[in-house]
Design a protein around this ligand. Structure first.
Ligand code: NAP
Length: 255
């Protein structure tokens, strides 16, 4: 008689999670997913009102969420907030931005804004959360919201693509550095998802048609479609996975 393998748990009861960019969009869906899987979630962003609404929604669905007003580009505040509220077993870095335009029209301030929020802040968050876990000797899972644009190039997205390719490289290196302490680091790479970030883009004539023509499933994504991947990567169900990219791109990069 062989030892019958037991399905590892997708539950996150007893775990603490921190989600940045959780006041709306993909980050909000990630926070909600982690709370529904049993984690105690801290939702971070700059807008107090939006965070309070998210906490209320999570609580009314039976979850546990606290708001953290935090500008993730402020590394000192990041460090002090994580010391004060941590340690966190799970970190999701979702705060991010884009400002698509032809490269010849990109201004220095666009480069600074995108690289500071998308790359430097992700590093600040990973460093602060890793320090907290190493201090108490606990394992963890860090999930960086990258993009399909971390794997391909695209018109009008030079700086954004650079930032997401940087996230992919950072994630692979973090996986090696933190692996011995059982802190796993992976990315999730969505295609175009309907959020405030993409609302203006979809108003441009022909843009939705161009996007859907590049997606094998022939449609754009919804925030709910990121939730399963987040719970998988946060939980023991993905215990052998680190330094990887989970594509949620409807087939875009399979072309
Ligand atoms: P979104 O709706 O614009 O939400 C961005 C979030 O980031 C908000 O919660 C915002 O909250 C927060 N944020 C912005 N600046 C911040 C700062 N300095 N400090 C703390 N929080 C800050 O964007 P989204 O579509 O959900 O995108 C989330 C992530 O997914 C980004 O990394 C994006 O690159 C990635 N992504 C998006 C798509 C897509 O199609 N939507 C596709 C692939 C990847 P406050 O304004 O309240 O601070």
């Amino acid at each position: 008689m062989y030892a019958h393998p037991k399905l590892p748990s997708f539950r996150l009861d007893g775990k603490t999670a921190l989600v940045t960019g959780a006041s709306r969009g993909i980050g909000m869906a990630c926070a909600s997913a982690l709370a529904q899987a049993g984690a105690r979630v801290t939702v971070a962003a700059r807008s107090r009102l939006d965070l309070e609404l998210v906490c209320r929604a999570i609580a009314s669905a039976g979850g546990d969420a606290q708001a953290l007003i935090l500008d993730v580009t402020d590394s000192e505040r990041v460090n002090s907030a994580v010391i004060e509220r941590g340690p966190f077993n799970i970190l999701v870095n979702s705060a991010g931005c884009n400002n698509p335009r032809p490269m010849v029209d990109v201004e220095d301030r666009d480069i600074d804004e995108i690289l500071t929020l998308n790359v430097k802040s992700t590093f600040y968050m990973c460093r602060a959360v890793a320090r907290g876990l190493l201090q108490v000797g606990q394992s963890g899972s860090i999930i960086n919201i990258s993009s399909q644009m971390g794997h391909v190039g695209s018109h009008g997205r030079t700086v954004y693509c650079a930032s997401k390719h940087a996230i992919e490289g950072m994630t692979k290196s973090l996986a090696w550095e933190l692996g011995p302490q059982q802190i796993r680091v992976n990315t999730v790479c969505p295609t175009f998802i309907e959020t405030a970030l993409t609302e203006e883009m979809f108003k441009r004539p022909g843009f939705r048609e161009w996007v859907t023509s590049k997606i094998a499933l022939n449609r754009v994504g919804q925030i709910e479609e990121v939730m399963g991947a987040i719970v998988f990567l946060a939980s023991d169900a993905s215990s052998l996975m680190t330094g990887s990219a989970l594509m949620l791109d409807g087939g875009w990069t399979a072309a």
